[in-house]
Design a protein. Sequence first.
Lengths: 507, 365
Amino acid sequence: MVTQTFEEISPADFFYRNRDIAGFTNPSRAIFASIRELVENSLDAAEYVMIPPDVYVRLSYVGEASPESAIYKLRVMDNGSGIPPQHIPSAFGQVLFGSKYKLKQTRGTFGLGGTMSVLYGQITTHQPAFIASSTGISKIYMYKIMIDIQKNRPLILDRKIILNKERWRGTVIEYSLEGDYIRAMPKILEYLKQTALVNPYANITFVDPRGRLYKFMRATTKMPPAPQETLPHPYGVDVETLQRLIRFTRCNTMQEFMKTHFHRVGELTASKFLTFAEIPASKSPKKLKREEIVRLVQNMKRFKEFLPPDASCLSPLGEELLRTGILKELKPEFTAVRQRKPSTYSGHPFIVEVAIAYGGNIPQKGDFILYRFANRIPLLYDEASDVSFRIMKGINWRRYKISPDMPIAILVHICSTKVPYKTVGKEFIADRPEVKREILNGMREVARDLQHFLSRQEHVERERKRLGVFSKYLPKIAQFATKLAGRQEPPDIKKLLDKVKTIEENE
Amino acid sequence: MKKTSRDERFSATERKKEVLDKLSNLGENLYQQMAQGNFPSIKMPSRSIENIYYNPEVRQYVLGDRTVKRTAQNIRHIKPFTQLVWTGYFAQELTTNRKTSTLRDVYYSAQAYEISFQDQAESDNVITDLETVADCAREDLNIFPEERSAIFGDLTIEYTVPGYEGKQLNLTSHPDGVMIGPALTYSEFVKTTADKVIAIEKGGLFTRFIEENVHKKYNALLVLTAGQAPRATRHFIRRLNRELDLPVYIFTDGDPWGMHIAMVIISGSANAAHLRELTTPDAKWSGVWASDIVDYKLPSDPLTELDVKRLHELQRDPRYKNDLWQREIKVFMKHKRKAEQEAFSRYGLTYIVDEYLPAKLEEKI
């Protein structure tokens, strides 16, 4: 007889066993994912206090690990909010602990990234991680921790507090990990470049294992307005979320409950909805039966009169900043940027920003270059599966007198409280019709802008050529006509040349 | 010299003065337009197909009333416009300095003045424009094509070209014939004993005729057209006909192409509709006819598809309206055979001269 054993595993253990899900698939992907997670934490931390981010990343070679990989030390430092001292060990030593577990647009979602990176470092090198942070108070807290994987708890190996005379604010993390920088290098550099593009107000510095310095300097100190936290919209709520809300609510009636915990639900909408859902407005939410909760969620999705979510919880980059970023990192001859109006899918608000960049330093690759961003994160993998890629391929570009052999880059940025990723890997966006429509219209708008630019440019070029033709031939006509007529002095043709400049296509 | 009207009388010097006047008028006209602050423009008869008509009175193609305006204001016109003005200037230089040039030479000379022609076809076309604008043939502008034909027989001419003025030459002096080039074109006729002109398409037969003393036996001037007769040759034949009152007989291959060589000498080509004095309306096509192929049982080849297509075109051509041409076209189409002039050699080398030629010259058309 076979004995089956059941055991509960901690979230840390789960991710340890399934690290592929979080993007730590192989030594090359792992080093990329580590840098990415920590850089994004740093950017979020700086934006949280509305300070233009300064992020310093250093990757140094420690020693060989296997023929394909090596041990590196990774150090990431920022000027962000800093972590309150009591949370520092958990912030990096406990999976699913984080400040982002609320409804507003952030880069990460689960507070998974930082800890996953440390966890990965620990399982590949068995070295502790060093963390120092200060929120700008008079002390800097320094920790040396490891993760107790089975218990999902940080193990504090050492703790130091030093005086913060200069009132430094920010966080430093340094730890060892196994990876393959040589193979990951192109993606890491591309990631940093695109991050610099979509965060034009950030300074990003990277020192790679060979000692090469990459600097991406900010082009502005303006930052997009910080997103506001928001309540869930009824369309986007599932049974689990509703149960949690019921568990901690202090409301005694359903009417109050609807008003207090949902986005854009007021007195009138609440009573209309409860009538629609056939639930008494005076009923206590705590007394809802299991099947009533399920029905409530179903009716929330069916009820047509909820107001659409507003976009105050979103923080798009804005046309001006996106343009700044594009001009800074891509150095094109021309760029057009469009921010679409906020829209929603399944109760989640989103905003699409689309840009097109032409000429200048944009290479001619025989096809458009597509840059995809979600919540200001560059998406670098699985391009062909992304909705933007398919939309781009489906557009009849010839209508805009644009062809793939021109030096053209197209950028799509989606911001949402819930980016519709297709897989857990979070590398590409799913084909939601609402999202699709916004991207498509955005691309069309910027394509039209480029078309206008190109035809204007063509017109200028044509005028230049035209003038060239006239100034080449008119003097010759004058010269030979003078000789034919047997005269000495050629006629003055300056007036004629001036006329050429003013007449438009006179043919 | 026999009776010739004043108009027809060729005078090299008068002609030259007229041409130079035309060129300087053109220059003055353009100059004035520019001096008044206008874009220079030129009006000239259109040479498009729609403006080419057959005129039965002068028995040649002529241009209709349509005109085209070339203006330097139009970006598509300005380059050919410049080329045209330059070509006028170049022709003026040639004429004034009594030099001649070939079409090919014009094409290359342009490059010295930074006037670019894409190819010779383009420069040839501009020369045709200049002919139309100045209303004179390119030979009057001292520009000649490469092709050369020849003449042999008892005609004495007097040169007018520089270095040869007053010098005379009898055209029997050279047994290969004398080339009809610029010098001969500008020469004046002095005297002749000939009473007819025989134009021959091919060099082989021309030589045979000289060897067989055709010029003496038949009292004729022999002209080699060397295929389609160049304009200078057509003009020369016309002068022989008009100034010396000599009847002209044309011998070509017995096929639609040979037939058309004769026709172009008689009635001119559509390409030269803007020009006069290149035709000899009274000249006669004496052979080889389609009916000769039958009557003389000449060795022959079947007509090709292209030949037949050409025959159908000729059948509808207004120049081919009269009975002889229509009859011969029908015979060609009936027998579907063609023969070259050399085909007579099957009857011996002298047969064509002794038997065929006198019979054909006798023929009443």
